[in-house]
Design a protein around this ligand. Sequence first.
Ligand code: LLP
Length: 408
Amino acid sequence: MTDSLKCEQVPYSTLAAQYGTPLYVYSQQAITAAFVQYQQNFASLNPLICYAVKANGNLSILRHFASLGSGFDIVSGGELQRVLLAGGDAEKILFSGVGKSKAEIELALTHNILCFNVESIPELERINTVAGELGKKAPISLRINPNVDAKTHPYISTGLKANKFGIAYNDALTAYQLAASLPNLNVIGIDCHIGSQLTDLSPLVEALERLLVLIDQLSTQGIQLQHIDLGGGIGIVYQHEDVPDLKAYATAVENLLSGRNLKLMLEPGRSLIGNAGNLLTTVEYIKQGEEKNFVIVDAAMNDLIRPALYQGYHTIINTNTTRTKEFVADIVGPICESSDFLAKDRSIAAQAGDILLVQSAGAYASSMASNYNTRCRAAEVLVNGGEHHLIRQRESIADLLATEKACL
Ligand code: LLP
């Protein structure tokens, strides 16, 4: 049977036949459910949930988040333009990132975004200058690096002293004083983001406690903040991780914020969309090497770089559920790199022509795709009940070469 596995009501085999593979498939209902879960668990705090666009910036996905009332956490002028094009509300946009250019700051100020999450003193000075040139006051928050260990993969840990992110905890008060003295800034908040795919709540709570100490110190110096932004980072199940309970997180935050007049903001990415998407891929060949077996598929590290870059684990199942002869193999793509694998030493029953489902590919999959080996980026489909819509067409070689020239 190849029809038993479905995204909502649509068999994956139907989607693969109609749109081809590799194909990212997203469930709209799963995205909605994840967003509503945040809203419900944090209901008493009524936070502004700002979806982290970098997780998956497809215009239809952004439009869906906007329709749910979501705000957006962006890290580039490009992401800002995506959100606006998708109908997102500029007044619900937070602008994070360590390297905002002058042009990006101008664009964000022109559209009156909610807040800049500032990561350094030179950035603070640049925003002040650009705002002055435009005759505006820029709303800012300082991203503080609380120096807590998020206990995640080192490449996605951001809250330690050694990381490039945020303003050092010990420099925070001085930075706020400077910010308050600059004429074209409106100091409204404080933020942090300590890492991604966190499976333990305690570093998040510790970071919050550390920010509250600063908020109190600032208040005695006459700097009253209006909001606190705890970033994203909640992990999801890829294999059998014990992920944080949102209710427990919400309760801890609620207790710590009680009696304070602070608006809460959150910037989740992965936990809103990671498990709502899968990557469909066709088996091209089964190859028996000298030491290992290889299932060679038509998706590759350019479609899903997480295994190669972060040793990320993605569960892979065969949509052809009639196969029974299991063997252990590396599941690899056609790219000419030994790091081009989707899985290592997996037990799988598969034959050439079967369609495999690489799970939990909603976040940091299509958004990190590349054209390495002159491979066209894959198509994306959004499923809602029995309906499915192509939300990004498969790139063509013509698209891919359109901006290049063969000079001389
Ligand atoms: N806010 C800021 C400032 C961030 O840098 C990030 C993610 C988020 C929010 C959203 O974090 P999330 O809720 O998704 O954990 N490509 C890596 C993950 C990189 C995360 C970068 N920052 C991966 O595939 O694991």
